[in-house]
Write a protein that binds this ligand. Sequence first.
Ligand code: GMT
Length: 378
Amino acid sequence: MKIGIVCYPTFGGSGVVATELGLELSKRGHEIHFITYSQPVRLELLSSNVHFHEVHVPEYPLFHYQPYELALSSKLVDMVKLYGIELLHVHYAIPHAYAAYMAQQMLKDEGIYIPIVTTLHGTDITLVGSHPFYKPAVTFSINKSNAVTSVSESLKKDTMRLFDIKKDIYVVPNFIDLEKHEHNFTDCQRGMMADDDERIITHISNFREVKRIPDVIKIFYNLQKELPAKLMLVGEGPEKEGAERLVEELGISDRVIFFGNSHEIDRILCFSDLFLLPSKTESFGLAALEAMASGVPVISTNTGGLSEVNEDGFSGYLSDVGAVKDMSANAIKILSDVETLKQFKANAKAQSQKFDLRNIVPMYESVYEKTLKQFMVH
Ligand code: GMT
C-alpha cells in the first residue's frame, strides 16, 4: 500500500510513534511517504520504500501567523497525485486531520478519492484540542476522518467525553521494537555517570508543565537522602530553567545531570535503574514504555493511560498526581534492596513485551485495509 504519513517531526511521542510506524510498515512492503515540515528526528534510514517530502511555508510580512495548514494541504494534494498515495495517516488531530480533510476535498474535485486515518495522541485532545478556540474544528476533523485510532482506552474515553464524536474509535496502543532494544548495548559505560554503589534515576520529557518536573526533582531529593543516587534529566522545554533553579536551591547540583535533547536515549536507559514519570496527564506515556523495554522500572502517576502501560507493584508503582511522598517511598522500596530491584527490572522488561511492534503494527494494517474497503464501497 502507498501510505502518506503526517506528523510532528520534533522530539515528542507522537512523532516518534509515527516515524517508527512508517519505518516498520516500509519493512513490511509498504511504500511510505512522510510529509512534514522537517525530517522527523528518528527518521535516520531513508530507503527506496521510505520518502520524505518537506512542507515549505513561505514567509510573507502581511501574515502574523504563516498559514501552515494551507501549505500542508497543498503539499498533500501534490504528493498524492505525484506518487499515487492511496491512504493518508495523520498523527495528531491539530491541524493535521483538518489539513488532510481539505486535501481530500480538493482531490475529490479532481476525481481522486483517498481515505484519512487519524491517530489521536493525547495533547491534541486533553490539553489543546478541547479548548473552546479549537473544539469545533477538532470535532469536525475527527468526525470527517474515515477512521480514528487512539493510543489508549483512556484517551478513547476522554475523546468521547470531551467531544461530540459520531464514529467508533479503534484503540491501537503505542509500541516498541523489542528486538532493537535487545541488540543495542553490551556495555553502556555506566561508570562514566555514577559510582558503582549509586543508583541512577532518569526522567525524559519535553519539560512542559504537564510533566510536573518539580515533582521529579522532589522525589529524587527525598530518595537521595536515603541512598546514594544520581538523577539524569533528559530533554528541553519551558520548565527546564525552573528545574535548574530548584536543583540549585535544594543543594543537589552535584547529583543531577541535565542532558538536553539527546540522540542517545537507549544508552541513557541502559544504565538507568529507575524511571520517573509523575505527569499531570498522559494519554499513554511512551517514555515509560521505552524505559521498561530497557528493563527500567517506572514510578509514575495513575493518570490517563499510564495504568494501561505500567502495572502497579509489578513493572513499577502508580500514585495519585502530586503524591510526592508516596512516589518517593515507592522509589526507595524498589531501589534499596538489590534482589527487589533485579525483580522489578525483569518485570518491567516482561511488561514491555505486550507492546512489541510485531503485535501492534498489524493492528494499523488491519485498520488501513478496513478503511480502504469501506471507503471504496461509498
Ligand atoms: O506529552 C508529550 O511528551 C508529547 C506528546 C506528543 O504529542 O508527542 O505526547 C503524547 O503522545 C504520546 C505518543 O502517543 C503519548 O505517549 C503521550 O502520553 C502523550 N502526552 C500526553 O498525553 C501529555
